[in-house]
Design a protein around this ligand. Sequence first.
Ligand code: GTP
Ligand code: MG
Length: 231
Amino acid sequence: MRKPDGKIVLLGDMNVGKTSLLQRYMERRFPDTVSTVGGAFYLKQWRSYNISIWDTAGREQFHGLGSMYCRGAAAVILTYDVNHPQSLVELEDRFLGLTDTANTDCLFAIVGNKVDLREEGAAESQEKEGHSPGTAGASPKVPKHVRLEDAMALYKKILRYKMLDEKDAPAAEQMCFETSAKTGHNVDLLFETLFEMVVPMILQQRAQGPVQTVDISSYKPPRQTKAGCCA
Ligand SMILES: Nc1nc2c(ncn2[C@@H]2O[C@H](COP(=O)(O)OP(=O)(O)OP(=O)(O)O)[C@@H](O)[C@H]2O)c(=O)[nH]1
Ligand SMILES: [Mg+2]
């Protein structure tokens, strides 16, 4: 099998829908999922390039593995659930630090998944208001959903954390998505926008020559000479 040309990693809290997003895109379906153990990857051929997409476990017990999966990543998809504001907070508190091992020019997408549930909830509350308008003022003050602007604010924070100039990086509007793995809303757009951005990075890397890494699988111990020195 040919080595992947580029790597994309999905990160985010458990239950936000990372595996579901990947399955929706790769298999065009929304099957039942089980909480991911460790990590798993898919290979996607995009144009003539092989791109690996890594699904990681959001569960706390696998947290340590995250930075290993991010090593050399060309793009990271930071995923939250639009119906759970804490899952956006976790991206900054728990997951952003894991991306220190990614490429220096790594791209970041911030993805709010499960928008179908938000829309369902909004329709339900509109229905309720219609039945009893007197209760409209009782709506809770605490925001129940994450606004896209909050995700964009996090994106800008990430650029500052990575010491990137906003002018040189893709705009927040381009890199913050709201998706539904259940309906497929924006899922193709998310992955294909990233593929299109990763391809020029692959080309640039190729133009710069092979990356200086040590391939330990091809390592052969040096022959010993009679004098005991390395040949
Ligand atoms: N309604 C709705 N449910 C979703 C969506 N995406 C995922 N789910 C459900 O949310 C639950 C968790 O989804 P997963 O894809 O397993 O979540 P995960 O982020 O991979 O979780 P970990 O592997 O534990 O990190 C499952 O019951 C999914 O069916 C979505 O877009 N809409
Ligand atoms: Mg999973």
